[in-house]
Structures are given as C-alpha cells and as structure tokens.
Design a protein around this ligand. Structure first.
Ligand code: UCC
Ligand code: FAD
Length: 578
C-alpha cells in the first residue's frame, strides 16, 4: 500500500470504511404477517392499494417529518415581546404537516366512515400501525381524538358537540380538530376518583366554568378537550369519589390578542421520551365548558379506544425495530461474515419476530371485536371478550415493546445507542406505553374488575374463544396445540382455586393472571393463523416457538405459593430491608 502511495488514515484521517445505515422500506410491503392477515380477513381489495401507497409515503416522506419533530421539539413561549402573557406552544412545521396528513389519510375518519363494515377498525389500525413509528408521536393526539369522537358518538351527538364530532372525524385538513384528554391531577393519575380536585362551576346560562390544575396534558396544542371535574351543585357542594366525577367538553380558544381563554400553561414537561409532542401542566381558571357528560361510564369508552391505540403503537414499535434490524443484518459484517449469517444473531431476531407476531395478532383481534361491536354484529361473548382483552392487550404489549425495542437497539451494536441514528428514540418512546393510559398493575386490576363485574362472563367468553379450533388436521402444530390446551386447563384450575381464597389472593395474582390470559390467547391466535390455507411455514414456526413460553405463569407461581397472603408482608420486608 505504501508503494502504491496509499496509506489508510494518512489523508482522510477518518479512514475509508463507512458502515451502511439500515434502510426503511415500505413498511406495508415489508410485513408478511400484516398482508397475510388482511388477505385472510378483509373482503375487499381496496384497502390494499391504499395501505401500499401510504406505506410508500411513510418510508419516503413521512419518516423524515417524524425525525424533524424529534429534533425540533415543541417549546413554550410564556410572554409576547411586550410582556403580555400568551402561553403559546410553538410546534415544528413537521408536527403541523402530520395533522394535515392525518386528516387526508383518514387516520381517525376511517373508524367512523365504516366503509369496510366490521373490518373498518382493523383497516384503520393497520394504517396507524405502519404510520406510528414514523409519526413523530402524532399517533398520541390521534388516539385521544378518536377517543373523544367515540365518547361524543356514544353520549349522543347534539349541539354544540355535533360540530366538534364532525371536525374530529373529517378528512378535510382545514376543518380537522384534535382533542386532548385531561384526567391526571397532581394527586393521582391512576386513582382518578380520589385525585380529581377540579371543579366545574355552573353558570346562569346552563354552561360551566372550570377551575383546577391538570398535571399531565399531552398534545396540548389540541383544539378541544374532554376533561374530568366535579360539578358543583347550587350550594357549591361537590360529591366525592368516582360518583361525583363528570366528563366535560371544552374548546381551547384564544382571544383577539392571542391569549388562551381560561387556561394558563404552567410549563412543558421535560420528558424521557415523547419529546416530539408537548405535554403541559395546565392551570384552568374559568375554562368555559358547554357540555356535561355522563361521568365515569363515558370515560370508559374513551379509555377503550385510547388503550387500543396504545397497543397498536406498541406492536408497531416492535415491528419497526425488527424491520430495521433485519435490514442492518444484511449490511453489517462481523467476524468475517454478515450478521445475517451468524445463527445466534438470527435466533435473537427470530425471537423478536415471534414476540412481534403475537402482539400484532392480539391487537388485531381486539380491533376485530371493536369493529364487530360498532357495526352491531357483536355477540354477548364478543362484547365480554372486548372488555377483557382491551386492558390485557394494552398491558402486555406495552411491556413487550420495551423488551423487544431494547433488544432491537442492541442488534445495531454501539450505533443503537447513538441519538442521531434515530434509534434510541424508539426505546424512549416505548417506555411510556406501559405508564400512560393505565399502568401495568392498574390494568391488571382492571382485568379483575372486568371479571368481577360480569359475574365471570368475561372468563367464559375467554375460554370459549381461546380454545384452539381447526388445528387437529395440522400435525406440525401438534406441540403448540398441546401447550395451549394444557395452559387453558391450568388456568381453569387456577380460577377455581382462587375463587375459594381470600380477596387479597387474587390481587397478588392479578399481574400474572393478565400475563397468562395474554400469552395463552396469543398462542391460540398464532395457531389459528398458521392453520389458514394461505399460511406459510414461518407462520407455523412462529406458533411453535411462541408456545414454548410459560403460557400460564399464574399456575406455575400458584403452585409455588407466590400469592399466599403471608407473602405480602415478606415482599414488603424485602423491599425495605436495610
Ligand atoms: O394517559 C393519558 C393520555 C396519554 C396519551 C394517550 C396516548 C394513547 C396511545 C398513543 C400511542 C402512541 S390519559 C390518562 C389515562 N388515565 C388512566 O388510564 C387512568 C387509570 N386508572 C384507571 O383506569 C382506573 O381503573 C379508573 C380511574 C378508570 C377507575 O378507578 P376506580 O375509581 O377504582 O373505579 P371503580 O369505582 O372501580 O369504577 C367506576 C366505574 C365502574 O362502573 P359502575 O359504577 O357502573 O360499577 C367500573 O365498572 O367505571 C367502570 N369502569 C370501566 N368500565 C372502570 N374502568 C372501566 C373500563 N376500562 N371499562 C369499562
Ligand atoms: P401512580 O398512580 O402514582 O402509580 C405509581 C406506581 O404505583 C405505578 O407503578 C402503579 O402501577 C402503582 N400502583 C398504583 N395503584 C396501584 C394499585 N392499586 N395496586 C398496585 N399498584 C398500584 N394523563 C392525562 O390525563 N392526560 C394526558 O394527556 C397525559 N399525558 C401523559 C404523558 C406522559 C408522557 C406521561 C408520562 C403521562 C401522561 N399522563 C396523562 C398521566 C398518566 O396517565 C399517569 O401518569 C398514569 O396514569 C399513572 O398515574 P400516576 O402518575 O398518578 O402514577
């Protein structure tokens, strides 16, 4: 080399080798399971061309906007140059483009147009699934917008919220509104019933004014909000607990000087992730409200929708990191061969793929059930199952996303830790998925609540649906079928034994029970999909691999006495051991 006058590093200083970056390709065309699932279920062809075109747009255009949202986070301008308080939340041009795109692409509208009947929600969520990791977290305001539209629809659309409903569900960018969802106060985000101090003061014209402090309000640049407060009666008294809570509709508006009406933005939160999106603390001082909802029952509708969005985003984050990691494995060489030729690396990616498939099928099944309910096709069993699986899917996929995305970052080696690759943001954004919209424990308790309030009917629905059908002819799936059947029997035994124990027993078992419900159901879905006539050998392999999990951890741990009430003081003593 010296003779040829070429010395590595002598001139360039940085050497001549540059690692090729992972390339994002059309996320629809890259996703065999998504396309297979839709081919299997959707009666019409139309969504395929739309999803394919949208996937192309996501890869070639939208992903860059998402990055722009990340590097140009929102900022709060408290005062104008002349000292007047304006509380202006300045967002990036890319964030605004996301709003227009969301309207044009019908990312909320599809769920309400219902052009594809019972499959409309599956279609809508498929679109959000390919959009989410490139969306700069715009999927957050879209989730809350969808939740608000659902609430308004379920309460009954009357003036003035009919106008809002039209705006939330339009495809016209100039009319499109997003909604906030202001529930959390300083005293409690999980325990909303005790934590809500905000009061709604009735006005003589029948409207209300809101006074309180909201501790977390995401996508605070929204055009309207649904929020919780305690309505004062004529004497100024309020009712404590969840019975005293009402859901209110309010528009976020500014006066002619640009000042927010009835709202002060205290500050924007300094967050681990979701930095693309403003999350503010709001002092509500006379926010005008025009409509009172029907309390906690209305919130439940909103939570169902936003929790399904959360699950979709969790599955999407897993899918995206797998797509990038497998591409990278074709470009990166270590120890003399490409990463894709190292069996141990492929095993690692295959395990991530199996997790992603389980999550995807669970999420899509919940969307299928929602679609059936909204189109008047749901049986009683479907309705019970939707109630049960919504928190199960949210809590399980939220945790899975953190684990899979973390593993995914490692598959890029050191580059996975470098901010301007865009990869660390995936992990930072995944971490919130198990916190907001109900933490893992709070949702595990919601699973128990759904069982208790239905006198066990939701479990009956679960056992009926989770039974593996149609797999008896596919001998290659026999080990997986055996594992799911066995786990279902163990779960039935657990339920019977737990019913005879003191109430605290089930509370200690709640998280493991929710995990068991998730894993068994995902196993059944993977097997079911692998039995479809269009299924591939990879579908079979994924089902077999999934069913190697401990499908029923609640039974395993019950056998070890993990939920005996004597363990609670021991846990506490261990935690506080000094
Ligand atoms: O975090 C938030 C927004 C973040 C941005 C959204 C992004 C979404 C995805 C984006 C992806 C990128 S907003 C804040 C979210 N906050 C929560 O999720 C609160 C968590 N806490 C809970 O979920 C609690 O379980 C509560 C507040 C819902 C209820 O707690 P309580 O006070 O202990 O409730 P009770 O007394 O047991 O229940 C009150 C009533 C009961 O009905 P009745 O009165 O008829 O007996 C319950 O059966 O509410 C009913 N209920 C439900 N019904 C409670 N939860 C549900 C439910 N999930 N479905 C149906
Ligand atoms: P806590 O309830 O104090 O929970 C602390 C811990 O205790 C958790 O591990 C929890 O699982 C556990 N725990 C609580 N109760 C129980 C129990 N009974 N049994 C066992 N364990 C329990 N809220 C909004 O209303 N609107 C928003 O737009 C919004 N945006 C957000 C954006 C971000 C980025 C974040 C991080 C939060 C946002 N939130 C929003 C708030 C969010 O919904 C709450 O933080 C969340 O619901 C948890 O409530 P908490 O913070 O009060 O936690």
């Amino acid at each position: 080399w010296e003779a040829a006058g070429y010395l590595p590093f002598s001139r360039a200083k940085i050497g001549s080798f540059f690692q090729e970056r992972p390339v994002l390709k059309n996320p629809f065309l890259e996703d065999a399971l998504l396309r297979g699932y839709l081919r299997r279920h959707l009666p019409q062809e139309a969504p395929f061309s739309d999803l394919c075109a949208f996937g192309e747009r996501v890869a070639n255009e939208v992903d860059d906007w998402g990055r722009e949202c990340e590097v140009t986070p929102p900022r709060l301008v408290h005062f104008d140059p002349w000292g007047r308080r304006v509380d202006h939340i300045v967002t990036s041009p890319a964030w605004k483009r996301m709003k227009d795109l969301s309207a044009q692409e019908g990312l909320v509208a599809i769920g309400y147009e219902r052009s594809f009947g019972e499959w409309s929600r599956v279609y809508q969520m498929s679109k959000l699934y390919i959009f989410s990791p490139s969306s700069g977290l715009y999927t957050c305001p879209l989730a809350m917008t969808d939740g608000a539209a659902k609430v308004i629809q379920s309460i009954g659309v009357s003036w003035p919220v009919d106008e809002a409903y039209g705006r939330l569900t339009t495809r016209q960018p100039e009319r499109f509104w997003t909604s906030g969802q202001w529930m959390t106060e300083r005293q409690g985000g999980s325990d909303v019933a005790s934590g809500t101090e905000t009061v709604a003061v009735p006005q003589t014209d029948g409207s209300y004014k809101l006074h309180g402090f909201k501790w977390f309000t995401s996508a605070t640049d929204a055009d309207m909000t649904l929020t919780l407060a305690r309505a004062q009666d004529r004497t100024g008294a309020t009712t404590p607990g969840s019975r005293g809570l009402s859901l209110f509709y309010g528009e976020v508006s500014r006066d002619e000087d640009g000042r927010l009406k009835g709202i002060e933005v205290q500050r924007l939160k300094d967050k681990l992730g979701t930095r693309q999106m403003p999350t503010a603390e709001l002092l509500l001082d006379g926010l005008p409200l025009s409509e009172e909802g029907k309390g906690v029952a209305s919130i439940a509708n909103m939570l169902t929708i936003t929790r399904i969005h959360n699950s979709t985003s969790a599955a999407a984050a897993m899918r995206r990191v797998v797509q990038l990691a497998r591409d990278y494995a074709t470009r990166r060489t270590a120890f003399g061969k490409l990463l894709k030729d190292h069996p141990l690396h492929m095993q690692t990616l295959a395990r991530m793929e199996v997790e992603t498939r389980g999550a995807f099928l669970l999420v899509m099944d919940v969307c299928r059930l929602l679609g059936r309910e909204e189109n008047g096709m749901a049986t009683q069993l479907d309705a019970h199952l939707l109630r049960l699986l919504t928190p199960v899917a949210k809590l399980y996929t939220g945790k899975q996303a953190v684990a899979v995305v973390s593993e995914g970052l490692e598959s890029f080696g050191g580059q996975g830790y470098i901010e301007d690759t865009g990869l660390p943001g995936l992990l930072r954004d995944a971490q919130v998925l198990s916190i907001w919209e109900g933490t893992t424990n709070v949702l595990s308790l919601d699973v128990l609540r759904s069982v208790a309030r239905s006198s066990g009917m939701v479990l009956h629905a679960y056992f009926t649906h989770a039974k593996v059908r149609g797999a008896s002819n596919v001998s290659s799936l026999a080990p997986a079928v055996k594992a799911v059947d066995g786990a279902l029997s163990e779960l039935e035994d657990f339920v019977q034994i737990a019913a005879t124990r003191a109430p605290g027993y089930l509370e200690l078992a709640a998280r493991d029970l929710a995990y068991s419900l998730a894993r068994i159901y995902m196993g059944a879905l993977l097997i079911d999909h692998a039995c479809w006539k269009g299924a591939s050998s990879s579908d079979t392999y994924a089902a077999l691999r999934w069913c190697e999990h401990d499908l029923c951890p609640v039974a395993t741990k019950q056998a070890r006495g993990c939920y005996d009430l004597s363990t609670a003081p021991l846990d506490a003593a261990l935690v506080y051991d000094r």
